[in-house]
Design a protein around this ligand. Structure first.
Ligand SMILES: Nc1ncnc2c1ncn2[C@@H]1O[C@H](COP(=O)(O)OP(=O)(O)OP(=O)(O)O)[C@@H](O)[C@H]1O
Ligand SMILES: [Mg+2]
Length: 272
C-alpha cells in the first residue's frame, strides 16, 4: 500500500481536481486505487462517484461504527474505490476532529488494519492548510503531492505545508518525498509565466509536472467526470497523464536514503 495525500497551504488550488484525476488515471494504468476524501467538504464524490448523491454517509460514519467500512466504500469511475468523507453537521465534524486530535495515527492505523494489497495506491484528498486532517494524512503518507498555483500568494505560503511535511514525514526512512504539481498554468499570462519560472527552479527535482488552466477541467467537473474521460484529447488530460506516469516512476524508485530525504538546502534557503 502506497499512501499519497494531495495537500496544499492555500485553498482552491486544485487538490480535489488533482486527486480525482490522478486516481482515475492511475487506475487506467492498471493499478488498484482507493481514493479517500479526508475533507469535510465531501467534494471528491462530484469528480469520482458513480452516484454522488449516494455518498452522504462515508468515512465519519464508518469511523464511529455506524456503517461497515465495506459499505462506506463506493464504486467510482474507472474502477477506483471511493471512500467519501460523508456529509456531516458541525457538531459531528467537531467531535470527529476532536477524536482525530486524540489519536494522531488514526488514519495510518485504520489503513493498516484494512490489509490492503502491497501495490495498492491510496490517494487522499485533504482540506487546505494545517489541520488535523493534514496531520493524519501526513502521518500515513509515503509520498505527498503538493498542489500549488503559479502565483505570488501560493509561492509565499508554500512553506506552511512544507514545514508540516518536514515535521511529520521527512524523518521516516521509508518516506519517498514530496512531488509538486503546479496547477492552472496559463502561458499567455506574463506574470504567471514569470512565477512559473521561479517555481520550476525552486521545486526541482521534486516537480512532478504542470497542469494547464483548461476549461475542460471545470467542464469535466460539471459533467461529474474525470477530465480524461470528458475530454481525452485536452491539454489537461495530457498533463494529468504525464503527471501520473511520473508519480508511478517516483513510487517505483527505491526510497531515498534518510539523509537525502531531508529538506534540501535550496528549499531551506528559500523558505526562511
Ligand atoms: N487546471 C485547471 N483548469 C481549470 N480549472 C481548474 C483547474 N484546476 C482546478 N480548477 C477549478 O478550480 C476550482 C478549485 O479546484 P479544486 O476544488 O480542485 O481545489 P481545491 O484545492 O480542492 O479546493 P479546496 O481547498 O477548497 O479543497 C474548481 O472549480 C476546479 O474546477
Ligand atoms: Mg478540495
Amino acid at each position: 500500500m502506497v499512501v499519497v495525500p494531495v495537500i496544499s497551504s492555500k485553498g482552491g488550488v486544485g487538490k480535489t481536481t488533482v486527486a480525482a484525476n490522478l486516481a482515475t488515471t492511475l487506475a487506467a494504468r492498471g493499478r488498484q486505487v482507493l481514493a479517500i476524501d479526508l475533507d469535510p467538504q465531501n467534494a471528491l464524490r462530484f469528480h469520482l462517484a458513480n452516484d454522488p448523491r449516494g455518498c452522504e454517509e462515508g468515512l465519519v460514519a464508518a469511523a464511529s461504527g455506524q456503517l461497515p467500512w465495506t459499505q462506506a466504500m463506493r464504486p467510482a469511475h474507472g474502477g477506483v474505490v471511493l471512500l467519501p468523507f460523508g456529509t456531516v453537521d458541525d457538531e459531528r465534524q467537531i467531535g470527529f476532529e476532536h477524536d482525530l486530535s486524540r489519536h494522531p495515527g488514526w488514519l495510518a492505523d485504520t489503513l493498516a488494519r484494512f490489509g490492503l494489497p502491497a501495490d495498492m495506491l491510496v490517494v487522499v484528498d485533504t482540506p487546505p492548510g494545517p489541520t488535523v486532517y493534514l496531520q493524519q494524512a501526513l502521518r500515513a503518507a509515503d509520498l505527498s503531492v503538493i498542489a500549488v498555483l503559479a502565483d505570488a500568494g501560493s509561492f509565499a505560503t508554500l512553506p506552511i505545508v512544507e514545514r508540516m511535511v518536514d515535521k511529520y514525514c521527512r524523518s521516516r526512512a521509508d518516506y519517498r518525498g514530496s512531488a509538486y504539481v503546479i496547477n492552472q498554468v496559463d502561458p499567455g499570462q506574463r506574470l504567471n509565466h514569470d512565477v512559473l519560472a521561479v517555481l520550476r527552479a525552486r521545486l526541482q527535482p521534486e516537480l512532478l509536472g504542470v497542469l494547464h488552466l483548461d476549461v475542460s477541467v471545470s467542464e469535466a467537473l460539471a459533467s461529474a467526470l474525470p477530465v480524461q474521460r470528458y475530454a481525452p484529447l485536452s491539454q489537461a488530460a495530457e498533463d494529468v497523464s504525464v503527471i501520473a506516469d511520473r508519480l508511478l516512476a517516483r513510487i517505483a524508485a527505491p526510497a531515498p536514503s534518510p539523509s537525502s530525504a531531508h529538506a534540501s538546502p535550496l528549499r531551506q534557503e528559500t523558505t526562511r
